[in-house]
Design a protein around this ligand. Sequence first.
Ligand SMILES: [Zn+2]
Length: 204
Amino acid sequence: MRELADAGFSTRSLSDFSMEFTSATAPRPRVCVWLTFDDGFQDVFDHALPVLSRHGFRAVLFLVSDLLGKTNEWQQKAGDITEPLMDEAQVCDWLAAGQEIGSHTRTHPHLTQLPLAEARGELTASKKALEDKFGLAIEHFCYPYGDWNAQVRDLVREAGYKTACTTEYGVNSVATPRLELKRITARYPSRNLKAIWKRLVGRG
Ligand SMILES: [Zn+2]
């Protein structure tokens, strides 16, 4: 976060993404970054929120709607340790701090492996549950495991989402389809800005 701030990056709401690039009159920031956190882990609340607030940065948190206040059941099935997820009160505090939320389905399934009706249910029910619970429009989605195909993407559109994040590596431009947004994982220490830039443009 400090690196981004020092380099002059500012953050925007994901809702501004279309606006920023489609309106000829909208002021275009020189460098802009959209920050995302998947799954809604409690450690994001404990450790990331204070840092975001300190830098005046805005991020979107993709929540698994059936698991608020519970644990990472989908990862435990794969043998991972149990980690707590943010509860409703923490999500309210996250929103009150000026941060955003989006949907990451109801149960974190591989969407391309589900029957169509079930996949549709994951998309629509999670949107409605979060909207009812927090009283705001849920317009942003993130594919669990980055698992998507054209059919799933069309269901996401049909459910009323305006953007969707994949796990494909890269930056987004005017031409990037809004339901196929690329991202850069910041999980590893080697992924500092210099390393990312080098990988993107092939020079240091
Ligand atoms: Zn996830």
